[in-house]
Design a protein. Structure first.
Length: 146
């Protein structure tokens, strides 16, 4: 095996390990910092600042920093998912549940929705093709304004 192949394999191992540590560690760090009074948005922005700094280091590649920059990039790359719990806390979890309904529409008229919830078979059932009645009223061209 060539020296280059070994270096690539080692870099991929470091990045994979960094990704695993980042996935597990970002949630733990975010949880601990929010318990100490820090906003989840601030934690997320901190992770993103480190992520962007790693990208700058990768772009300008100062000597001897490539492996460190790539490992930090891997560890912080998935931290943007912390925006979802922040959004949940921002909008609140006490919103009422909406009914679980399924709709379909013909391609030429995407906003002509038909509720097909009752037609959807249970999992494992044999599916029959959905038949729509022929469309007799075309949409006038002046209906939608750009």
């Amino acid at each position: 095996m060539s020296e280059r192949a070994v270096a690539i394999a080692q870099a991929l191992l470091v990045m994979g390990t960094g990704f695993l540590v980042g996935v597990l560690g970002s949630g733990i760090v975010a949880d601990r910092l929010t318990r100490r009074g820090m906003s989840l948005l601030d934690v997320n922005l901190g992770f993103l600042a480190i992520y962007f700094a790693a990208q700058v280091a990768i772009i300008f590649h100062p000597p001897g920093s490539a492996l460190l920059a790539w490992s930090i990039f891997a560890m912080t790359g998935q931290s943007a998912v912390l925006a979802y719990p922040w959004l949940s806390s921002y909008f609140g979890a006490d919103l009422p549940m909406l009914p679980d309904r399924s709709y379909t529409s013909p391609k030429p008229r995407p906003y002509d929705l038909t509720d097909v919830t009752e037609r959807i078979p249970s999992p494992g059932a044999v599916l029959e093709p959905l038949r729509r009645p022929p469309d007799e009223s075309p949409v006038p061209q002046d209906t939608f304004e750009p």
